[in-house]
Write a protein that binds this ligand. Structure first.
Ligand SMILES: Cc1ncc(COP(=O)(O)O)c(C=O)c1O
Length: 422
């Protein structure tokens, strides 16, 4: 498609966008009396309007039924979380039984490491990407120390090449082969939080498995953003938060994936609690743990229903739309944003350098050469919600469910004015 950087053209794209009506499904913060242009769905998604209904329902059931709500609410609480497994399975390419919803992301990564980081003698190393999200780095380091090992020896980081902004798949695979039979685990971010790069999860998973390691994925920036096929790729495990592209609300519940082949096992190392034992016998209060035959075996506590309800509300939208339609719009809107940036670049003295490679989802990370923090402040004051990473990178993530093509055009005009007026 040949784009034009005009308001009319952007409006034309919106008019032919089959997802355009989903804009009305969300609440937008207001700046200067107008809906903001929201680029930070990669950090915290907007609030879907229908979420209130789902939360109100739980509040009402609690008010009217109290403890009886566990079994007699319209959506009984004792298995409320199971309502997410089907929909999430479609989002991440997994069987419903491979999914559970519990805790928060870093907590879940720790719990999954109990099962999938089992260093033995020679095989004790972990491969991750350099400058992984800090919480993942702390998680990995503390796990390694917990096993009495030294993070400097055990953690192997794959670096980008000098002068390059993205990882090369062949470098990651080469590192996996190099570490070979010393490799216990590959744990990486499927979509990098900083440069927005989508890693070749299929190839990396295969390479890790070929040398006999477990392979797990942090999907914080991937879930609800890109096409995933965890089951077919044979990843061992994955975890994600739900508050970014999944729009479930601040700090909300995390999802996990555990491959079918690890399910139903009593002898797998795992930290256990009563919500992981079989439902049929749970309330017999017996001392022996009998794992549910699904990823729910990793659940420890009864789920926080007031957290899970907003997740269910937003997941309903993903079910309605489907990942294919979402990704189709994403491709167009991100390409249009890229085009707008190139066009504005020609009209201003500063230079924009997009560091996100073509293997990308929703996010473009852009160096604004010649600009400083003042341009970020200008954008925020003028209703463009984005984020800023020193020295001068902005990350722009136009989530396809609620961003419009007109937003992209208007953003370009605000950016241009901010640079020209400084
Ligand atoms: C890639 C990645 N991993 C881990 C986390 C930590 O998430 P949480 O605070 O839910 O544990 C984040 C949070 O933004 C993230 O982006």
């Amino acid at each position: 498609m040949t784009f034009q950087n005009t308001l009319d053209f952007a409006k034309q794209l919106d008019a032919s966008d089959t997802l355009a009506h989903y804009r009305n499904e969300f609440h937008y913060p207001q700046v200067n009396g107008k809906d903001v242009i929201y680029f930070t769905g990669n950090s915290l998604g907007l609030q879907p309007k229908r979420t209130q209904t789902f939360v109100d329902e739980v509040m009402k059931d609690w008010k009217e039924l109290a403890v009886e709500g566990h079994f007699y609410a319209d959506k009984p609480w004792w298995d409320y979380h199971e309502r997410l497994a089907n929909g999430l399975g479609k989002v991440v390419g997994a069987l419903p039984k491979e999914i559970s919803v519990m805790n928060t992301l870093t907590v879940n990564l720790h719990l999954l490491m109990v099962s999938f980081y089992r260093p033995t003698g020679k095989r004790f190393k972990i491969i991750c990407e350099e400058k992984a999200f800090p919480s993942d780095q702390y998680m990995l380091q503390s796990q390694v120390r917990f096993h009495g090992l030294d993070p400097k020896e055990a953690i192997v980081e794959v670096k980008k090449r000098e002068g390059e902004h993205a990882w090369r798949t062949e470098d990651i695979i080469q590192k996996i082969n190099e570490v070979g039979d010393e490799l216990a685990l590959v744990l990486m971010g499927g979509v990098n939080y900083y440069n927005g790069q989508v890693l070749d999860m299929e190839a990396i998973t295969k390479a890790g498995k070929d040398v006999g390691a477990f392979v797990g994925w942090d999907l914080a920036h991937a879930v609800g953003n890109i096409k995933l096929n965890l089951h077919d790729w044979e990843a061992d495990f994955a975890a994600w938060c739900s508050y970014k592209y999944m729009n479930s609300g601040p700090g909300n519940a995390s999802g996990i994936f555990v491959h079918e082949k690890h399910l139903g096992k009593k002898d797998i190392p795992r930290f256990e609690g009563w919500w992981g034992t079989k439902k049929e016998t749970r309330f017999l209060m017996q001392p022996e743990f009998d794992p549910i035959q699904s990823a729910d075996a990793w659940q420890l506590s009864n789920p926080p229903i007031l957290s899970v309800a907003p997740y269910l509300a937003s997941l309903e939208m993903f079910e309605e739309v489907g990942m294919d339609a979402l990704i189709e719009k994403q491709h167009t809107i991100v390409a249009f944003l890229e085009f707008v940036l190139h066009e504005i670049d020609k009209e201003v003295d500063s230079t924009f350098e997009i560091i996100t490679p073509k293997d990308r989802g929703c996010q473009l990370s852009v160096f604004l050469h010649g600009e400083g923090r003042a341009i970020f402040d200008y954008l925020m004051k003028n209703g463009v919600i984005t984020d800023w990473r020193e020295p001068n990178v902005i990350r722009l993530a136009p989530a396809p469910l609620y961003c419009s093509f007109e937003d992209m055009y208007r953003f370009g005009q605000i950016l241009k004015k901010g640079i020209q007026d400084k």
